[in-house]
Design a protein around this ligand. Structure first.
Ligand SMILES: Nc1nc2c(ncn2[C@@H]2O[C@H](COP(=O)(O)OP(=O)(O)O)[C@@H](O)[C@H]2O)c(=O)[nH]1
Ligand SMILES: [Mg+2]
Length: 296
């Protein structure tokens, strides 16, 4: 079983993998459409994306449920896209800002990404920009030690923008080519996250023109459609360039990935399929859809 296949087993077993059994091999009637609609809604594609899928399917004029199943796979696949290569040439220093609400999986995803890049020969350095809690800084430092990537940090409560500045200096001094910045994600009204992110962006741009080169939004896949609302909030604060969807291994709501494409029109760069260092894969539309339907 592939990483994809194993990681997506909850969504597959609860929904898409059952479609064949549910629909059987008969003529299509109104009940068929109701059943498909129910499955898509339960898999958390959201109302708009579900309606899009149904209308695309109805256009095909299928008569038999067997054809409908194949058609569904095709319509779902057509919504997805292979992510473009990230803009991280490393010349000069490439900066990746990672944003998202607390608990979405930012720090873990940063470690996984840093490890991938490091293993492919890139020279990576991390900035502990979530300075609100000591534990957040320590968590990134612990990962840094495990994956053998340096982490630039300051005292808890210090200005995250100055951590970013220090990290760019360190990156230059140590000949690193990619800086990944961890950030805080408290969406409280009395806390100026927008100001904090804007300041981190400004500091990056001052040191390296065009930085940050990528702004990756981390969305918790287990929160389904709520993650889409968070995404809208973050997009109002910062120019998001791509998405990492985490925790798809622990949810049956994997259908939310389709609405990210259909409604947010943002590329999904990676998906998280577990807590371990290697449990994050580049998003591949074909393998994703296949893994949602087929056991092998
Ligand atoms: N099952 C699973 N857990 C994950 C995944 N990514 C992150 N987590 C867990 O989610 C929790 C929060 O992650 P963390 O990186 O601290 O989130 P942050 O607050 O956004 O930095 C931790 O317990 C992680 O181990 C994933 O892809 N799958
Ligand atoms: Mg964190």
């Amino acid at each position: 079983m592939s990483v994809f296949n194993k990681g997506l087993s909850k969504t597959r077993r609860s929904f898409f993998g059952r479609i064949a059994d549910m629909l059987g091999s008969t003529d299509i009637d109104e009940d068929t459409w109701d059943e498909i609609e129910a499955i898509l809604i339960q898999a958390d594609l959201g109302v708009d994306t579900t309606q899009h899928v149904l209308s695309e399917l109805r256009k095909q004029g299928y008569r038999r449920t067997d054809d409908l199943q194949q058609g569904l796979r095709a319509v779902l696949a057509a919504m997805l896209e292979t992510p473009p290569p990230m803009n991280i040439s490393g010349r000069p220093l490439s900066i990746i800002l990672v944003v998202g609400v607390n608990g979405s999986g930012k720090t873990t995803s940063i470690a996984k990404l840093a490890n991938r890049l490091n293993n492919s020969g890139r020279k990576v350095i991390l900035a502990a920009g979530d300075t609100f809690r000591a534990a957040a800084i320590e968590q990134l430092q612990a990962w840094g030690e495990r994956i053998n990537v340096p982490v630039i940090a300051n005292q808890p409560g210090s200005d995250p923008a100055s951590v970013v500045y220090d990290a760019t200096e360190a990156a230059h001094a140590r000949g690193k080519d990619i800086l990944i910045v961890d950030t805080a994600g408290r969406l409280h009204t009395n806390y100026n996250l927008m100001g904090e992110l804007a300041k981190m962006k400004a500091v990056s741009a001052k040191v390296v023109p065009d930085a940050p080169h990528e702004v990756l939004l981390v969305l918790d896949g287990t929160t389904g459609q709520n993650a889409l609302q968070q995404a809208q909030k973050f997009r109002e604060m910062v120019d998001v360039t791509g998405v990492i969807v985490t925790k798809l291994d622990s949810t049956a709501k994997g259908g939310m990935v389709f609405s990210i494409f259909n409604e947010l029109k943002l590329p999904v760069q990676y998906i998280g399929l577990g807590e371990g260092m290697y449990d994050m894969v580049s998003f591949d539309p074909e393998i994703f859809v296949k893994s949602l339907f087929d056991e092998n």
